[in-house]
Design a protein around this ligand. Structure first.
Ligand SMILES: [Zn+2]
Length: 238
């Protein structure tokens, strides 16, 4: 509703676009945002995938490859029959267009990255990075993709049709503002520094860790993630 916009400092926090990235769902469910600015929490953006422990929705499509920006039929991950072909992707798009969050943070496993898309996203990513101690930063790297001054261009083709591509480079609100877009990739192991090149089996490692003891995994990542999400919510842009 137009009377209920997020405002210049509203934040949308998303988990579970990939339904098998369980920690992203649990952390967004647990997070209690600070009360200063409006916050919307969407723990399970791909509910069928969450129930089935699948990366994809029930039709086998990757919701994070189904947005229109840089959408590709030949994407490595199944991208759907057309941009926005999937109801989950449309619901997310429509909520963003209706509520117009100034800041969007989407949680994923397991690249250990605070990944900003677009020049307008730098302050958000830096606020999240600054919220962490040196030890807490260890399993992460800060990645700010802002090549291409406005009009902004996609900086790489690694995630065609992703939320980051669309919200970071394609989306302009009616008042000509753009949302700050950060993809927060949880670490595969919070106890070791993030390697410049991740081990090939980093996703398998985090899933094995999760399968052994989900609470133990969450215990290693929870506090730093909540610090970053709190900083995102509290960041005042205007
Ligand atoms: Zn993911």
């Amino acid at each position: 509703m137009r009377s209920d916009l997020a405002g210049p400092n509203g934040t949308l926090i998303i988990g579970g676009i990939h339904g098998d990235e369980s920690a992203s769902v649990d952390l967004v469910r647990e997070f209690v945002p600070p009360g200063r600015h409006p916050v919307a929490l969407l723990p399970a953006a791909n509910p069928d995938g969450v129930v089935r422990s699948s990366r994809y929705n029930a039709r086998g499509v990757d919701i994070n490859r189904n947005a229109e920006r840089n959408w590709r039929a030949d994407s490595v991950e199944p991208s759907g029959g057309a941009p926005w072909s999937e109801p989950e992707a449309r619901a997310l798009r429509d909520f963003i267009l209706d509520w117009r969050p100034a800041k969007i943070v989407s949680l994923h496993w397991a690249l250990g990255e605070i990944d900003a898309d677009g020049v307008q996203s730098r302050a958000l990513a830096e606020a999240m990075w600054s919220a962490l101690s040196a030890a807490e930063r260890m399993p992460y790297r800060l990645r700010i993709a802002e090549r291409g001054q406005p009009p902004l261009q996609q900086t790489d083709a690694e995630c065609p049709g992703s939320l980051g591509q669309w919200a970071g480079y394609g989306l302009v609100y009616p008042d000509d503002s753009r949302p700050a877009m950060v993809t927060l990739e949880l670490p595969y192991d919070a106890s070791i520094p993030r390697a410049e090149t991740l081990p090939d089996d980093h996703v398998d490692q985090v899933r094995a860790h999760w399968a052994r003891d989900p609470q133990a995994y969450l215990a290693t990542v929870r506090d730093p993630v909540f610090k970053m999400l709190t900083a995102a919510c509290e960041l005042t842009l205007k």
